[in-house]
Design a protein around this ligand. Structure first.
Ligand SMILES: CC(C)(COP(=O)(O)OP(=O)(O)OC[C@H]1O[C@@H](n2cnc3c(N)ncnc32)[C@H](O)[C@@H]1OP(=O)(O)O)[C@@H](O)C(=O)NCCC(=O)NCCS
Length: 147
């Protein structure tokens, strides 16, 4: 997911409205005890190949309580079983350890490293990592129990 900093409400509303008519994405909010704890989605949905990119944000005041992992596991189940996709993937900054860990716990594996793909605010060139999960691998993991 890409956005401009500072994140302003008016820009967020514009972003939301510009996405309403797109049929190659599906955005979700995740509720727990009737409160929003995370939001995310499936973007660049390719129905021919059966794949989509995923993104996920957990409520910052509740990080490190397992919400991200629980939300991502639900996203995998929904993506494969309801949206009928065959592959989910994401591309993360190499030092975004929480999202990498969350996805690894759901069974995603690194498929590639895109070298020097972005410039940090400190002027450092960094790599991005491409992670994927196939439905068949997710099914095996689900039947064997999650680690
Ligand atoms: C990624 C994100 C959704 C995780 O949410 P969360 O609720 O904190 O996730 P969880 O508590 O389920 O798991 C976080 C895992 O990351 C690990 N982690 C957190 N910081 C870490 C670090 N600096 N180094 C290594 N691991 C780290 C935690 O230990 C935990 O793993 P564990 O359960 O094996 O101990 C949340 O950090 C977030 O919203 N980040 C900002 C949005 C973002 O960058 N999204 C990705 C781009 S789409």
């Amino acid at each position: 997911m890409h956005f401009d900093v500072p994140i302003l409400l008016e820009n967020t509303i514009k972003w939301y409205e510009s996405n309403l008519s797109k049929d190659n994405r599906f955005d979700i909010t995740v509720l727990k005890d009737n409160k929003i704890v995370a939001f995310g989605g499936y973007t660049s949905i390719d129905r021919v190949v059966g794949k989509a990119e995923t993104y996920l944000f957990a409520n910052p005041i509740q990080h490190h309580h397992g919400i991200g992992t629980e939300a991502k596991m639900l996203m995998c189940q929904y993506g494969f079983e309801v949206l009928g996709l065959n592959k989910l993937y994401f591309v993360a900054n190499e030092d975004n350890f929480p999202i990498i860990r969350v996805n690894e716990k759901c069974g995603f594996v690194m498929e590639g490293r895109l070298r020097h793909e972005y410039l940090t605010t400190k002027g450092e060139l960094k790599d991005m990592l491409y992670y994927g999960l196939l439905k068949e691998d997710w099914k095996k993991k689900s039947f064997n129990g999650n680690e």
